[in-house]
Design a protein around this ligand. Structure first.
Ligand SMILES: [Zn+2]
Length: 316
């Protein structure tokens, strides 16, 4: 079995540009894709190519595996989702791995190059990581929206993959995103981190939760922190966002302050929640801690923690 080399650690400079999955460099062809003639031409253009992803894995290219595989587009595949145009002008599509079984694009013995999106995010370049997240998000949405939510009829792909159309009730369905707030809460030089039920001992991350209907994202930050820890957060400040297509989340990263207090895990989601000081977080970053394991580099939680550490170091 071929094994890829371990992912290359991100440089400080690259990390400064934003969380993983945020580097997409592709022209989405928002206007052109509305023209069915143009879209059909891209579909049969011999220079067009496709990336391939299953429900939980994406196909990497040959060699180091730092790029997604790009395959010629076969004529016999029913639903090809147009991602957009690459810098060289060639159209790039996304194909469901299940849809190419038995075709010229069957992954076959390249099975070992199918890796999870988390693994791909840790090893791909920023632009390729962004591309992987984008392809995943669209393919996941198409898989889950084969039938009209309004009338139950079978829906059809439209706008070369940006929408689905219902031929019975004429509804247009747009790809959905589920907003999730994730926040690093700070008090007196310490940050509030929680350990989910089922996580290994020592693994902690920033608190997070879905935004509820009728709620601002700032209110969601305060509510989630209180529900999960009993701590009252204030002054939530937006920091950065991240596509998180597991299957359709958009992570909204915040920093918030608190007046302190003893956190208590109380909504059943967390096994433990506590304050960690700068020395504990620094030791964990250097992998010299027996009590704290930080989230992986692809997680926006890690980005928020690294940003907090850099701010503390800059203050001296
Ligand atoms: Zn319908």
């Amino acid at each position: 079995l071929t094994r890829f080399p371990p992912p290359v650690p991100r440089s400080e400079a690259a990390a400064a540009h934003g969380p993983a999955f945020t580097g997409l460099a592709l022209d989405r062809a928002e206007q052109q894709r509305k023209d069915p003639v143009w879209a059909r031409e891209r579909r049969v253009d011999p220079s067009s190519r496709a990336v391939i992803a299953s429900q939980d894995r994406v196909l990497l290219g040959a060699g180091e595996g730092t790029e997604l595989a790009r395959r010629p587009l076969p004529g016999e595949v029913a639903e090809a989702v147009l991602l957009g145009l690459e810098a060289d002008g060639r159209a790039l599509f996304a194909l469901d791995r299940d849809a190419v079984v038995g075709t010229a694009l069957d992954v076959g013995e390249d099975e070992v190059r199918l890796v999870s999106l988390r693994d791909a995010g840790a090893r791909l370049s920023r632009s390729e990581g962004g591309l992987a997240a984008y392809a995943f998000a669209l393919l996941n949405w198409h898989r889950r929206n084969q039938f009209c939510a309004n009338c139950g009829a079978h829906t059809e792909i439209a706008e070369a993959g940006y929408t689905r159309h219902c031929p019975r009730c004429q509804a247009t369905h747009f790809p959905r995103l589920d907003p999730v707030v994730i926040m690093l809460v700070e008090h007196a030089g310490r940050v509030l981190l929680g350990r989910h039920v089922g996580w290994p001992t020592g693994r902690y991350s920033a608190l997070a939760g879905f935004v509820s209907p009728g709620e601002s994202i700032e209110a969601a930050v305060v509510r989630e922190v209180f529900e999960e820890s009993g701590i009252t957060a204030r002054d939530p400040t937006f920091v950065a966002s991240q596509p998180w297509p597991f299957p359709s989340s958009l992570m909204l990263g915040f920093h918030a302050n608190a007046d302190g207090g003893d956190p208590v895990a109380r909504d059943g989601e967390l096994a433990d929640v506590r304050w960690f000081d700068f020395a504990e977080v620094s030791a964990a970053r250097a992998e010299r801690s027996n009590t704290l394991q930080l989230p992986p580099s692809i997680a926006i939680a890690r980005f928020l923690i690294e940003r907090w550490v850099a701010g503390r170091e800059a203050e001296g």
